[in-house]
Design a binder for this molecule. Structure first.
Ligand code: BTN
Length: 323
């Protein structure tokens, strides 16, 4: 779909929303400056996207229901930021991170987003699969931070905090399991964050920040929880996507100007691991540190008190240790 037809469809959807009783094809055609045949084509395209639109002879078109999916047409009007310059996707894809990566390699600007309500090959951290059933929000944002590569090590925490703030806005309160898992009160996982990127020496070319949120249901109810379950209501997936994106834009933009220090206290307050005994391993499964977590420092490192002293951990996979 071209940008122009995208804009026209957004106008059609808005007109249908504003006129609950229906709007004539003629009025839509005049408003858009196109023929009535072209209007019919836009209506057909919207139906294919999942919009239920009734056509009544002599009366025009009426929106019966919009699709429950994080479609750009649904998400865009709910955003409170102009950071997201381009929104793509919305229904099913392989992996939004793969899609966003391709766009980044083609030169897509910072603030480009790929959205989906289902993924067929979702990826998690450390080469794991990310179960992505329908009814979720899977989003990947292209970032081009103006910092040197080592500074971006803290970015997963910044994005995770943004997602947590977004979920707060929907009444779903989460804790952060360093570096970037979002857990509910009983420790089940609600959302996860996966950052991938390309840098040339100290210069970052692009980073794709991928977020998966369990919307309608949890893949494994013993270890994961959904936003619907935790909020006690059916949260529209477009509203969920917009809240998460707003949250990410807020923390990311502040981090760009002020670094991680302004977030350290908030992250600490939400930290699931603080005070807990842990084992931290690297991607190859080698032990990095074992001990009790005392907190997170101003650089976003996990502080683990080991027998040899406090180890500031930059990256790793954390498991809770039986004592
Ligand atoms: C994790 O907890 O292991 C991170 C999960 C990240 C999943 C998201 S869903 C959107 C984006 N696309 C992917 O394939 N993965 C990320």
């Amino acid at each position: 779909m071209t940008r122009r037809s995208d804009d026209r469809r957004a106008i059609v959807v808005q007109a249908l929303r504003d006129n609950a009783g229906g709007v004539s094809g003629e009025l839509l055609a005049t408003g858009l400056g196109v023929s009535r045949v072209a209007v019919r084509k836009h209506i057909e395209a919207l139906r294919e996207l999942g919009y239920e639109i009734e056509a009544r002879p002599g009366e025009g078109y009426r929106l019966v229901s919009p699709p429950d999916a994080p479609l750009p047409l649904e998400v865009r009007p709910l955003l409170h930021t102009d950071f997201f310059v381009r929104l793509e996707g919305g229904q099913v894809t392989g992996s939004t991170n793969d899609d966003a990566r391709s766009l980044a390699l083609e030169g897509a600007p910072e603030g480009t987003v790929v959205l989906a309500a289902q993924q067929t090959s979702g990826r998690g951290r450390l080469g794991r699969d990310w179960s992505s059933p329908p009814g979720g929000v899977y989003a990947s944002v292209v970032l081009r931070p103006a910092v040197e590569t080592p500074e971006a090590i803290v970015l997963p925490l910044v994005v995770g905090l943004g997602v947590a703030r977004g979920l707060d806005a929907l009444g779903v309160h989460t804790r952060l399991k360093w570096p970037n898992d979002l857990l509910c009160e009983d420790s089940r996982k609600v959302a996860g964050v996966l950052l991938e990127g390309l840098s040339e020496g100290w210069r970052i070319e692009w980073i794709v920040a991928g977020v998966g949120v369990n919307g309608r249901s949890a893949p494994d109810p013993s270890s994961s929880a959904s936003v619907d379950e935790l909020s006690g209501r059916r949260v529209p997936l477009a509203a969920l996507a917009a809240a998460v994106l707003d949250g990410i834009a807020g923390t990311y933009l502040r981090w760009q100007t002020d670094g991680f220090a302004p977030f350290a206290v908030e992250y600490e307050g939400r930290s699931y691991l603080s005070g807990k005994p842990v084992r931290v391993c690297d991607a190859a499964g080698r032990l990095v540190a074992q001990g009790d977590v005392t907190g997170i420092d101003a650089l976003g490192r996990l502080l683990v008190v080991t027998e040899a002293g406090t180890v500031p951990v930059v990256a790793g996979d954390v498991t809770l240790r039986e004592v």
